[in-house]
Design a protein around this ligand. Structure first.
Ligand SMILES: O=C(O)C(=O)C[C@]1(C(=O)O)C=C[C@@H](O)C=C1
Length: 365
């Protein structure tokens, strides 16, 4: 059936493309006139654009164009604008982003959420490989899971921060909805494969519905999905996108035990984002193994009225019975209170790494 509105739709598409080109030209002009430190930034501009887009969508509410039915969701509008922003930024400076692959892992979805589809994505086969490629400078930036709301700190990531000098220049918070995916029917499933964290986030569901299945750990959820497409009797716990990629049936949707399951990802890189007024600072420190030292450190945060958003201990690789601590707090290292706390902390710790100050993730959808 011919579409009677097709000519009008074509005209609108042409207008959209003209506007995208105009937008890209403005971004290029701004990049040329910005100071050299901002020009070198690979992660900052997209974070800033996302922030502006979020504000714009929030301000528009549900009344984008009064004369037109408001049929597009705020989420779709946000996705469209983020994609356009990312494509415009890529015309100034292509961004290469390392993540734990293969594609459609949650790390890939988090990278897409942060950088948009205009970035160039490089799937690597482990979290340490992501750290090493950014540290060597092979890739400008990388995205790694750092904390899950069900399971806590991601050990591979925390261990790499302990081993390697690495900066955090952003964060992404992604709701994680796991799915049981297979090319085989439900009754034929004998093995369920996934990354340990994903299996753990679904342990109640798996124990109830597949008590006899063997749980097998893989390097990522998508690696499990790929295997499930190749081996009969194997199911994977992975994203819907991974299931689509490998043509798998969904045997169970949203099987995470906690419906509010979210994972926070750190954006790694050499950028040093400027203060926005709504920032976080990540610290890694080691203290003497003596009574009261951790309490003394907490007092520094209290005195400076700093709100801690995360604390996690990690066994010190060199010294048995000693621990390193990861702490995140609200505020930027350029804020007086944070700068004061860091200066005092440096006198009371055996090791102190300021991992970075960066804009707080805006929303969870
Ligand atoms: O395997 C993936 O898909 C990942 O991106 C890793 C990872 C993790 O290790 O936490 C990320 C988010 C989920 O919590 C489960 C798996």
């Amino acid at each position: 059936m011919p579409n009677s509105n097709q000519d009008k739709i074509d005209a609108i598409d042409r207008d959209i493309l003209t506007l995208v080109d105009q937008r890209a030209a403005l971004v290029i002009e701004d990049a040329k006139s910005s100071d050299p430190s901002e020009q070198a930034s690979s992660t900052g501009p997209m974070a800033l654009s996302s922030r502006h887009i979020d504000r714009l969508i929030a301000a528009l509410g549900n009344a984008a164009a009064p004369d037109v039915a408001n049929t597009t969701s705020a989420e779709s509008k946000r996705d469209i604008l983020r994609h356009i922003a990312s494509v415009c930024l890529a015309s100034v400076r292509p961004i290469r982003v390392a993540f734990l692959g293969p594609e459609y892992s949650y790390s890939h979805l988090a990278s897409l959420k942060y950088f948009g589809q205009g970035a160039d994505f490089a799937p690597l086969n482990s979290i340490p490989a992501v750290f090493e490629s950014v540290s060597r400078g092979d890739l400008a930036t990388g995205v790694v899971p750092i904390e899950n709301s069900t399971d806590g700190g991601i050990v591979d990531t925390l261990g790499m921060f302990v081993r390697l000098q690495m900066q955090i220049c952003g964060e992404v918070v992604l709701p994680i909805h796991h799915n049981l995916l297979s090319a085989s029917p439900r009754e034929a499933i004998t093995e369920i494969h996934s990354k340990p964290q994903a299996l753990s986030q679904c342990r109640g569901y798996l124990a109830t519905h597949f008590p006899g299945a063997r749980l097998v750990e893989t390097t990522s959820t998508t690696a499990a999905a790929k295997l499930a497409s190749e081996q009969p009797g194997v199911a994977a716990v992975a994203s819907l996108e991974a299931g689509r990629q490998y043509d798998l049936e969904v045997l169970g949707a949203s099987i995470e035990d906690n419906p509010n399951n979210v994972t926070r990802f750190a954006v790694l890189g050499k950028d040093r984002p400027q203060r926005t007024g709504d920032d976080k600072t990540s610290l890694l420190f080691q203290i003497n193994h003596q009574p009261g030292t951790l309490a003394d450190v907490m007092t520094i945060f209290k005195t400076n009225q700093l709100n801690m958003t995360w604390i996690e201990s990690f066994p010190c690789p060199e010294t048995r019975n000693e621990y390193l601590f990861f702490v995140e707090l609200t505020g930027h290292r350029d804020d007086e209170s944070v700068a004061d706390a860091i200066a005092t902390l440096s006198k009371q710790t055996k090791r102190l790494d300021v991992l970075g100050s960066y804009p707080k993730a805006q929303h969870v959808e």
